[in-house]
Ligand binder design. Structure first.
Ligand SMILES: Cc1ncc(COP(=O)(O)O)c(C=O)c1O
Length: 437
């Protein structure tokens, strides 16, 4: 009798603890709807993410309700080292205990060391680094540097390109939906289809300051530069006195199988932008790398011509240095190729089973996209993967028919297998549900 009532009391206690957690999650969702962004709150709930993220480690995110999710979005390229990589966390802790931010009046050790390492590792003649706090800021700096260095104002970009949502970066972002509400744009941007060298050739002129391009288009739906395309762009720029900007904000830091995606094409840019994984998944950081010639043209007369208060802060640079070391020591670029090939093969086998739902699987390393015949199946698949299999997936911003797979590069063989099987089941369920409607 006593044990039964003790069991009941224990059950009531657990239930009330569960209710409490649920009420807490609900209250946070309500605050989002009331104070952050009501549309975003609806969107997250609809996609199957109506929970509260609480802790994360490696490839696993744990929510307030105690559920564990396998992260196959990886912060859209941020968590290449996994969540809270111990060596990055330790480096940031160490810096935090000494001096988190910079006075901006003295020299700063971690900024100097990170710039030196980036110059050593980056392709071609890239030598100097301008630091900021995000990808869009890194792109803004790249565009400004190109204008100042060439004395020209026009930019050529690609359809579907994503370079960020600040005014300059947005002007070269290749999706009308995001640009139109904010027109007039910064003038001078023109767009050619990705991988169409002839179209770019017909646009370039002696007014072109730079061509800006992602070596692997991310938000446009994961498109890999065709062999010879980047080399063709390099030649076009050289022939017309324009600069070549590679935006490696998403494709950089080992994700595609080499530290920078452009290395696989053997082409070096004049300016390269980095962000996302550069902070090791622990700190936000943006970086714009440029050549000595550009440095002289931009900062020769005024070293403060372009600045950022928090750019190059000690914490972010300490994280960046540790991240580069981890990528090298743990062979993360090589792992991206290995696990990427496994994932590509698995997803292609699912596509061959369901050709009516899936039209393409493409990518390089662990930057992979699956294109669906219609966006509704993609949306339902994302929801199913989250709610039934505990897997975080997302579509690409400029192409909702494409689900991206960008897990941390530390993902294991077994985790990749788990996702392939969950994807197979989720697509099948999505197709079935839509057929019943
Ligand atoms: C290639 C590329 N460039 C720039 C950006 C903008 O970066 P942020 O969101 O940090 O401003 C992104 C973001 O997804 C990106 O993928």
């Amino acid at each position: 009798m006593e044990t039964i009532s003790a069991d009941l009391a224990e059950r009531d206690h657990l239930m009330s603890a569960e209710d409490e957690v649920e009420a807490h999650i609900e209250s946070i969702v309500e605050k989002y709807a009331e104070y952050v962004n009501p549309g975003l709150a609806r969107l997250l709930q609809f996609a199957g993410f109506g929970d509260l993220e609480e802790t994360a480690e490696g490839c696993i995110v744990t929510t307030a309700s105690g559920k564990k999710y396998l992260d196959f979005v990886g912060g859209f390229g941020v968590f290449s080292l996994g969540h809270r990589h111990p060596r990055v966390v330790e480096a940031v802790h160490r810096q935090l205990d000494k001096m988190p931010l910079s006075t901006r009046t003295f020299f700063n050790e971690s900024a100097a060391l990170l710039s030196e390492r980036l110059a050593q590792l980056s392709p071609g003649d890239l030598q100097y680094t301008f630091y900021s706090n995000s990808g869009a800021e890194a792109v803004e700096a790249a565009l400004k540097f190109a204008r100042k260095a060439t004395g020209r104002t026009e930019f050529l970009s690609t359809e579907g390109a994503y370079h960020g949502k600040t005014m300059g970066a947005l002007a070269v972002t290749g999706r009308e939906k995001y640009r139109a509400p904010f027109e007039p744009m910064v003038p001078g941007a023109k767009f050619a289809p990705f991988n169409d060298l002839g179209a770019m050739e017909s646009l370039i002129s002696d007014k072109t300051a730079a061509i800006i391009i992602e070596p692997v288009q991310g938000e446009g739906g994961i498109h890999v530069a065709a062999p010879g395309y980047l080399a063709g762009l390099r030649k076009l720029c050289d022939d017309h006195g324009a600069l070549l900007i590679f935006d490696e904000v998403q494709s950089g830091m080992g994700r595609t199988g080499t530290l920078f995606a452009c290395e696989q094409d053997g082409v070096a840019p004049d300016i390269m932008t980095l962000a996302k994984a550069l902070g090791g998944g622990v700190m936000p950081i943006g970086a714009t790398l440029y050549t000595p010639a550009i440095g002289a043209a931009v900062f020769g007369e005024n070293p403060l011509l372009h600045t950022s208060t928090f750019g190059g802060n000690s914490l972010a640079c300490a994280a960046g240095l540790a991240a580069l070391q981890v990528i090298e020591d743990e062979h993360l670029a090589e792992k991206a190729t290995l696990r990427g090939n496994q994932l590509l093969a698995g997803l292609r086998s699912v596509m061959s089973e369901m050709p009516e739902a899936l039209v393409d699987v493409r990518g390089r390393g662990l930057m992979i996209g699956v294109e669906f015949a219609i966006k509704d199946i993609a949306e339902l698949t994302i929801n199913y993967m989250a709610t039934h299999h505990g897997i975080i997936a997302a579509y690409t911003l400029n192409n909702p028919k494409v689900i991206r797979m960008e897990p941390p590069l530390v993902v294991t063989e077994a985790q990749v297998e788990e996702v392939i099987e969950a994807f197979r089941l989720s697509v099948a369920s999505a197709v079935e549900i839509l057929a019943d409607l």
